[in-house]
Design a protein. Structure first.
Length: 303
């Protein structure tokens, strides 16, 4: 059955009307350590087609190209709704209740889980989603469907679509051609595309350990006094050392002060380098207070 506007809700289209697949619960519409490996896919850029975020339009508005570049369907999952993870039977599956997204993030593979944990506690990232969309790409060759592993919205407004792989050897020749078409599709919508490998996600010998520690503090409750002192430091928009902030917040209990600093980082109030060991000299950079933004199709999270 061809979906009608009333079935689409907030569906999006990338100069492409978004669609709903009636067979699934689908509704409404980075930094790479080794970029040369990620770019080992064909370059299909068409310089006559500039990146333009206005290509993303709601289905049913009549503002789409004819024919469109393709459709983008937003997956709403988490909580009681069925997660859209139906591939990769040999991969580890994970569920991660997220404070940042307010939903249960679901995915597959250790690399994707680690990246989701980093997104959860990285103050540079304001929102992310695991398995957020289905791209129905209708240009550059035969029509095909692609589901990205993650979408990331950065504090500066950039949107990155991420494909996670264990190693470059996991990419077949056909995969490389398909991902090249995805990259061009994403570029024309004004977004970025990257392939991240497991070793890139793990980063330095410190990153995985640091992320796990900060991740474990994200639900810690702060007292009014602790929050007020942290807000006063953040409002100055000057970097501060870990030791100074810990002493300011809890002058008589260093262990608790360190825990509070970890909670502040987990909550996105301060940004820290996860690839270096944490100590008193570690530099914390306060994040600015900005108006809520959201990934296209997930505006209710930022509301």
């Amino acid at each position: 059955m061809e979906p009608t506007p009333e079935h689409l809700g907030d569906a999006f289209a990338a100069h492409l009307p978004l669609a709903v697949d009636p067979g699934q619960r689908e509704v409404r519409v980075v930094t790479i350590s080794h970029p040369q490996r990620s770019q080992a896919i064909p370059d299909l850029r068409d310089e006559a087609q500039p990146a333009d975020g206005r290509r993303l339009v709601r289905t049913g508005t009549g503002e789409t190209d004819n024919p469109p570049l393709g459709h983008i369907v937003v997956f709403r999952h988490g909580g009681t709704e069925r997660p859209v993870v139906t591939r990769g039977g040999l991969h580890l599956r994970f569920r991660m209740p997220s404070v940042k997204t307010g939903m249960t993030e679901v995915g597959e593979g250790r690399g994707e889980e680690l990246l989701a944990m980093q997104c959860e506690v990285d103050g540079n990232i304001v929102q992310f989603k695991c398995h957020p969309y289905k791209f129905d790409i209708a240009f550059g060759g035969p029509r095909f469907t692609y589901r990205p592993d993650l979408a990331i919205l950065y504090r500066d407004g950039r949107i990155e679509i991420v494909e996670v792989k264990r190693t470059p050897d996991d990419l077949s020749t056909d995969d490389k051609v398909s991902l090249a078409r995805v990259r061009e599709f994403v570029r024309r919508c004004g977004w970025k595309f990257s392939i991240r490998y497991l070793e890139d996600i793990r980063g330095s010998k410190w990153r995985e350990h640091n992320v796990a520690n900060i991740f474990g503090r994200r639900a810690m409750a702060l007292t009014h006094d602790e929050s007020s002192r942290a807000d006063a430091v953040r409002a100055k928009m000057h970097q501060v050392s870990w030791g100074d902030l810990s002493t300011l917040i809890a002058p008589h209990d260093r262990k608790h002060g360190n825990a509070v600093v970890e909670r502040l980082v987990a909550g996105g109030l301060f940004i820290v380098d996860f690839d270096a060991p944490f100590d008193d000299r570690t530099i914390l950079r306060p994040t600015s207070i900005a108006a809520p933004r959201a990934l296209p199709g997930f505006e209710e999270i930022a509301a």
